[in-house]
Design a protein around this ligand. Structure first.
Ligand SMILES: CNc1nc2cc3c(=O)[nH]c(N)nc3c(CCc3ccccc3)c2[nH]1
Length: 377
């Protein structure tokens, strides 16, 4: 398998700093990937993503893009990079997670998943092969294998059966990709996904099967689905012990700022989460000194800059009082300002983590910062 990851510095622990190379550019790790589900990172321009947030890779969604705008438009556009004019790396999820969590009345069999569109109620079917075909037409640089994400909690027997099906589906994804090369001329790397719910023996089996597949990178799924934080860390720690260290590790759906730093400490290189954007739209701002609920009365006459330790223009151009007013008045500008702030903060979080890994003091830095991140201001 082609080597796409180079480690610049490994710490005395499991944290590492590296670079992932794709045909749409390089990604410094550890990295946070903003979620752009329907070809847009909600309320944020591509130009702001590039220049203010300094995003290096964004996520798209097979399930959503297949339903709207659909693959006819996607192919006519020449793929998602062209369609949305984002010329840096893109990763797409395979659609399984979204079908199981979004579509109504879905039916899962060995063949794949039958589901009803959450948009217009029409019936559809997605399988490992169909997921790969859709991701080929979207043209993402990194494709996720079609898997089944187990719910939490999940019965041992159910978790075992589901994991084994995910492993059979992985083989079908790999076979299809072998037979059907990329259509837009740039490389597309398939990442398999470790499952096994919260059972150590299943997670060990799955991590070994996934490692055996010898893909360009590997992902840890089935987490951030309601399990306690300690469980998420325990599983992540066990799985990163088994996944090959010379390949990037992507922990799916994680997480809060403190989850991000803890996961990096456990050997994770790539993370995604809707929190920065979703919480922003509710007026929840993440900062180095904790979480701000900007709607709170206490900010009503606080004319200080939005975030003195922020990195985006919004942090200095607008005051807390002004942003609170926009939220109270339900002005769209409020969501835009908060989204740019939160995403810039998440990218600053991983940028600082990378800096401290390179400096060799990541763990002591993390342990001083995490308590501050969790507090409520
Ligand atoms: C929030 N928690 C969360 N846990 C997840 C587990 C899985 C999992 O086990 N398998 C797959 N395929 N995806 C998962 C996702 C979605 C991540 C995503 C969203 C949007 C775009 C690209 C990627 C998860 N998200």
């Amino acid at each position: 398998m082609k080597k796409i990851f180079n480690i610049d510095k490994a710490t005395e622990g499991k944290a590492r700093a590296g670079v992932i190379t794709t045909d749409h550019g390089e990604i410094q790790t550890p990295i946070f990937m903003p979620v752009g589900t329907v070809a847009s990172v909600k309320t944020v321009h591509q130009r702001e993503l590039r220049e203010d947030i300094k995003a290096q890779i964004i996520l798209g969604n097979t399930y959503h893009l297949y339903l709207r705008p659909g693959m006819e438009v996607m192919e006519a556009a020449g793929g998602l990079h062209q369609f949305m004019n984002w010329q840096k790396p893109i990763l797409t999820d395979s659609g399984g997670f979204q079908v199981f969590s979004l579509a109504d009345s879905r039916k899962i069999t060995e063949e794949g998943a039958k589901f009803k569109s959450h948009i217009d109620g029409s019936y559809h079917f997605i399988s490992p092969e169909i997921s790969m075909e859709i991701q080929r037409k979207i043209g993402a640089d990194i494709l996720m294998a079609f898997d089944e994400c187990t719910p939490y909690p999940c019965e041992y027997h159910q978790a075992k059966k589901s994991m084994e099906m995910t492993h059979r589906w992985l083989k079908r994804c790999m076979d299809w990709c072998e037979e059907n090369p990329p259509i837009y001329g740039h490389q597309q790397y398939l990442f398999p996904i470790v499952q096994g719910s919260t059972y150590s023996d299943l997670r060990k089996i799955s991590a070994e099967v996934i490692s055996e597949a010898d893909c360009a990178g590997n992902a840890i799924g089935g987490l951030s689905v309601g399990e306690p934080e300690e469980e998420m860390y325990r599983i992540t720690d066990e799985v990163t012990d088994i996944l090959p260290k010379e390949k990037p590790r992507y922990l799916m759906g994680v997480g809060t700022p403190w989850n991000i730093l803890e996961s990096i400490g456990l050997g994770i290189d790539m993370m995604d989460c809707v929190m920065p954007t979703r919480n922003a739209r509710n007026g929840m701002l993440f900062t180095w000194d904790g979480v701000i609920n900007i709607r709170n009365e206490k900010w009503k006459k606080d004319f200080s800059p939005l975030d003195e330790s922020g990195t985006a223009f919004v942090d200095f151009e607008y005051s807390k009082a002004y942003l609170r007013h926009l939220f109270v008045a339900k002005e769209y500008l409020g969501k835009q300002i908060a989204s740019i702030h939160n995403l810039a903060f998440y990218l600053d979080l991983v940028t600082q983590a990378r800096k401290h890994i390179l400096a060799g003091d990541f763990y002591e830095w993390k342990n001083t910062v995490v308590p501050r991140l969790r507090q409520r201001r």
